[in-house]
Ligand binder design. Structure first.
Ligand code: MG
Length: 159
């Protein structure tokens, strides 16, 4: 049976932080603020994978009040989500995700993001879709105050 999950995340853009998306450090004058490395893309994908297997969300596994996850690379969250999929004797079929950012241009980094995400989840990079769009200058994303990501995951689950 194919199960699907959805994930969404947003973090504020601030000066003095590196911009890390899909595990790739992207040159920009601001970065995302958060407890971990604030990688919205990996966080959204993590929630999509956990949602597909009915295991809640990233905050239950990695509370942002826990000092262990301060500055943590978000690939460890994806690695844990993949471990949870394994506990269910399930298999990730595919991931698809969209980044929503006014700046900088993200598509030149999509292939590197794909590789990092596929590696952390232990799946073929061809099963990972990464897209990027702007918010047409509308709202907080359009004003460059933050970056959002949404993701879906499909998982083959025998239950
Ligand atoms: Mg987050």
């Amino acid at each position: 049976m194919i199960h699907v999950g959805i994930g969404y995340d947003v973090h504020p853009l601030v000066a003095g932080r590196p911009l890390i998306l899909g595990g790739v450090q992207i040159p920009h004058n601001k970065g995302l603020d958060g407890h971990s490395d604030a990688d919205v893309l990996m966080h959204a994908i993590c929630d999509a994978v956990l949602g597909a297997i009915g295991e809640g969300d990233i905050g239950q596994f990695f509370p942002n009040t826990d000092p262990r996850w301060r500055g943590a690379p978000s690939k460890i969250f994806l690695e844990e989500a993949a471990r949870q999929v394994g506990f269910h004797q399930a298999k990730i079929v595919n991931i698809d995700a969209s980044l929503i950012a006014e700046q900088p241009k993200l598509m030149p980094h999509a292939q590197a993001m794909k590789m990092n995400i596929a590696h952390a989840l232990g799946i073929n990079p061809a099963r990972v879709g990464i897209k990027a769009t702007t918010n047409e200058h509308l709202g907080f994303i359009g004003r460059g105050e933050g970056i959002a990501a949404m993701a879906v995951a499909s998982v083959d689950l025998h239950e």
